[in-house]
Design a protein around this ligand. Sequence first.
Ligand SMILES: C[S@@+](CC[C@H](N)C(=O)[O-])C[C@H]1O[C@@H](n2cnc3c(N)ncnc32)[C@H](O)[C@@H]1O
Length: 319
Amino acid sequence: MSLLVSSRFDREADLVLFEGDCLRLLPDIPDGSVRLVVTSPPYNLGKSYESKLELDEYIVQQRAVIEQCVRVLHPQGSICWQVGNYVDNGEIVPLDIVLYPIFASLGLHLRNRIVWHFGHGLHASRRFSGRYEVILWFTKSDDYVFNLDAVRVPQKYPSKKYFKGSKRGQLSCNPLGKNPSDVWEIPNVKANHVEKTIHPCQFPIELIERLVLAMTNEGDWVLDPFLGVGTTAIAALAHSRRAIGAEIMPEYVRLARERVRQAEEGKLRVRPMERPVYDPAAPHQNLPPQTLSIGAAPRAVQPTLLDASTPYTPPEVGE
Ligand SMILES: C[S@@+](CC[C@H](N)C(=O)[O-])C[C@H]1O[C@@H](n2cnc3c(N)ncnc32)[C@H](O)[C@@H]1O
């Protein structure tokens, strides 16, 4: 079954791909309809797609988008805001520190500050070279989707057993794998990455796949207000979720559409989630690139829409 793609918000679509300012798309999305918002906003660094603003003005613009994202977020939903540093005259301003108060003032709960560590980037000469960015993961309530088993990673010693006590001889670690922790080592998309396009800072698909699998269920909507070349949409569609994205640069929208088409045809080459970071001492561990295949979300699973007539009260849950 082929994907239903719409250029405006449409409840029936598998993919909403809006060309323009996200603030013109967001008001059309119903309250409480999106299970996961995941994005990397412009960092205000004067990249080709942005004009550098004073920091105060940047924060005001971000607040307007974040307020809309919180409005459309499902009560059991999550927001993942992926940011690095704003750099001014050689001085760094970590954007997560600057943006956190906006989310807190809107009543969101911070669950993790995930450190995304990668090996490549600019070589600094007057400070240490930056090799991580962060993902602030917020939820709207204490009752939220978190599918840990879907994202477990291999245990270091999978066959380790208890050697004494009542559990002697039993496996001492979860056979499904371990919690991936809040430090993620995933290569960033630089020149020789199999997913590289002309975009200067696209997400690796595997980074978003982990968030989609952990924080949503099949059929749910995933929103990226700053979609770039469509990575969030591809990661969502690859796992039978639906995607909504806005992108202001027509060339990136065209590339997003092209990448989705390639994935529909089973031809989009990606770095597999299971591939370890390259270790020159163990090159045999390397997994080759894979091709990704996507199709329409199962029609039996309808996106969860909040019934506006029923006020939502989050259940009381413990730590
Ligand atoms: C950091 S990049 C995101 C890249 C994306 N994660 C990907 O994998 O391709 C931010 C993107 O936001 C876009 N953008 C900037 N302002 C925007 C706005 N007001 N509405 C929609 N998109 C915008 C930029 O053109 C840029 O592609």
